[in-house]
Write a protein that binds this ligand. Structure first.
Ligand code: SF4
Ligand code: SF4
Length: 315
């Protein structure tokens, strides 16, 4: 048993699935950005992209299981040319669909129709914006990202996103080697600043801790703060987060159809294990619904402080 599982067991918890309320689908690692904190190390040179047969298999599984939500991520999911067809197929089965967008892709030349398509299909959006200040966003996500993000949010607001249309949630993650501050407090800061500066509205702010893997691990090492950050995560272990951990309520599908407990395990190439089937072509709900989760030291990133998941803080 690893250190994380021992910590969970010591407070009476078990890292077992509690059901599948969401299927998270990583449709590819290609991205128009190259962020310093990216856990999947996405970039414009990545070529891994989900093909149509895997999307069809996922749609069938989502429909059979009647999962309430399919959460699509990447990379920049919009760069997968199969995305519109996938969304149409999923919506046809009555599933709620959410796409994680980096915003800037929506204002790239040639991508003008994407936001309107999302609106027409009532797709919920979760958008990365690690600060309401330009210098902080550009430091983490690249020059010009702030201006394009503002442009994209204005476009989305004009379509009703975050106002009277589908939800537009924003995602905050810290710039340095620290844990996110209070989600509630930060949300009111974001709302005030974005409204006053740009007249921009959004639905909710989700705070997410940086996972010490992928490009962020390198970022920490380069600054000599890798060990310090790992110690912070371990010493901030909060048992109240255990039942809400996203891996206990979802399954993740990689671009090639491999099944993972979460997108972080996907980034680490750690498929579901302990006897559970690890590919969409062998999907077995009975086995997956009670599976034992694959864990590691990185899992302390989800249980630190208020906890962290793709849906924000846990407590
Ligand atoms: S963090 Fe998001 S936007 Fe940035 S490189 Fe990774 S996938 Fe792309
Ligand atoms: S990293 Fe993944 S497997 Fe580990 S606790 Fe977080 S969600 Fe669960």
């Amino acid at each position: 048993m690893n250190e994380f599982e021992s910590a969970v067991r010591n407070v009476g918890g078990r890292m077992l699935s509690m059901g599948i309320d969401c299927i998270q689908v990583n449709v590819g690692l290609k991205c128009n950005q190259h962020c310093a904190h990216c856990h999947v190390e996405a970039s414009s040179s990545r070529t891994e992209m989900m093909g149509w047969p895997v999307m069809e298999a996922v749609t069938e599984i989502a429909s059979d299981l009647a999962v309430p939500l399919v959460d699509i991520t990447g990379g920049a999911p919009e760069l997968n040319c199969n995305l519109p067809g996938f969304i149409e197929k999923l919506k046809g089965t009555g599933r709620d669909v959410q796409v994680r967008t980096n915003l800037t892709v929506l204002v790239m030349p040639g991508m003008e129709r994407v936001a309107t398509f999302m609106r027409e299909h009532e797709v919920r959006l979760v958008a990365s914006l690690p600060c309401y200040l330009e210098q902080n966003v550009c430091a983490q996500r690249g020059t010009g990202v702030y201006d394009d993000s503002i442009k994209a949010m204005r476009l989305l607001n004009s379509l009703g996103y975050g106002i009277d249309g589908p939800s537009l949630d924003l995602v905050y993650n810290p710039l340095g080697a620290e844990l996110p501050t209070s989600q509630e407090k930060l949300e009111s800061d974001y709302r005030r600043e974005l409204r006053e500066r740009f007249g921009i509205e959004f639905s909710r702010l989700l705070t997410i801790a940086n996972m010490p893997i992928g490009r962020y691990r390198r970022f920490l090492r380069e600054r000599g703060s890798s060990e310090e950050y790992t110690s912070l995560l371990k010493s901030s272990f909060n048992k109240a987060t255990i039942n809400g951990l996203m891996c206990r309520h979802q399954v993740s599908v990689g671009w090639d159809g491999t099944l993972y407990d979460c997108d972080f395990n996907l980034a680490l190439a750690l498929p579901v294990n302990h006897g559970a089937p690890d590919h969409v072509t062998r999907f077995d709900a009975d086995k997956l619904i009670c599976r034992r989760i694959v864990t590691g030291e990185h899992c302390f990133g989800c249980t630190a402080g208020s906890g962290s998941s793709c849906a924000g803080s846990l407590v």
